[in-house]
Write a protein that binds this ligand. Sequence first.
Ligand code: NIG
Ligand code: FE
Length: 427
Amino acid sequence: MTVLFRDIAELHTFDGFAKKDGRKVSEADFGTLKNAALIVEDGRIQWCGPDRKIPPSLVKPVRQPARQPGRLPARQPVRQPVREISLDRALVMPSFVECHTHLVYAGDRSQEFELRNQGVSYKEIAARGGGILSTMRATRQASAGKLLERAQFALDRFVEQGVTVVEVKSGYALDEAGELKMLQVANKLRRARIVTTFLGAHALPPEFGSTSAYLDFLVGRLLPKVRRRKLSSRVDIFLEKGFFERPESESYLLAARDLGFQITLHADQLSLSGGTDLGVELGALSVDHVLQIKEEQVRKLARSSTTAVLLPLADLYLSCPYPRARLMIDEGVRVALATDFNPGSSPCQDLQLVGLLARLEMKMSLAEVLCAYTFGAAAALGLQSEQASLQVGKRADFITLNCGLNELFYSPGRPCVRSVYRDGALQ
Ligand code: NIG
Ligand code: FE
């Protein structure tokens, strides 16, 4: 099926972000075309350019089949039906990629939020059996149906904001049945492309006496099952003092890599614990949080293909400093932004607020934020050759806007996205 999208006042292809591999980008990389059109075939971009230059050849001529035996077949080429859609003079840009969420969970932690505001720290709450373990208890008890209903509700909130790819982690059951249940639920979500990540190594569950015994169980039993059942091809770990420390994390991630998993880490969030160094050494797709890192880690990241995923909502909720985005970007690190949506450190799904914090608190330019939430985030998931810029051959995942690009990440609460297309289909 060929679809011709017309009446596009401005088409921001973001091809410059792709050409620069998401590093040191600027407004000159928006790749803007005025009065443009877009041709999509079978969900992929076949052509984009000025409306007046739509190539007639792309509206493919096909021959009519012979009508009756004995009669000459019609030899005249006829035009294949092309569906034409007017985008009503809209502004068009690639859809957003949300590359770090803990979307599947049960229960809520609003009481803990109040405790934290009264001065009890995230780590103290965790040590008292709250935090991740409190969500673990609720998630273990919840049925798959209930989890799916809640997660789909939350996923729809992302789609409304112009997101077509969502990463979803396990890590709130911390036992075999529950972790598999979480991944199965994530894989059933509709209306966006889902990338699942196995985060069994999120916290130590009460059934195990030591983190090393628990990680042995994950390697020996759960990881092979996750792989065999094709529930996820990515492994994450919360590498942090008091959770999983560097040496055991390294053996765990090496074992995961040997089993064919791609690697990502919750790295250097609460303290400089070695997660970024290890991630770069192991060729991780991303290191996430990274607010405690120093110049040395920034330079290592800049020379690597690992993406730094910045999660400023978690920093806001935990009253932490924000990551040094300016230093990272100026040194040539590819950065991504995400909500980290979860019931503890970031009970918020607002992409506009993420970008606003990046602009206000991390001094990122608008172009840097736009790149971090499209190309950078796709790179964090290894999907940058598939999407996040509107170039021939890539997926036709794009959004139309009610406002100019300059009004994005500026006024949270004001809906800016008019419509969302995934693989060229309206969501
Ligand atoms: O990304 N840091 C570890 N994991 C989550 C928080 C999980 C939770 O508090 O439930 C995070 O911040
Ligand atoms: Fe997280």
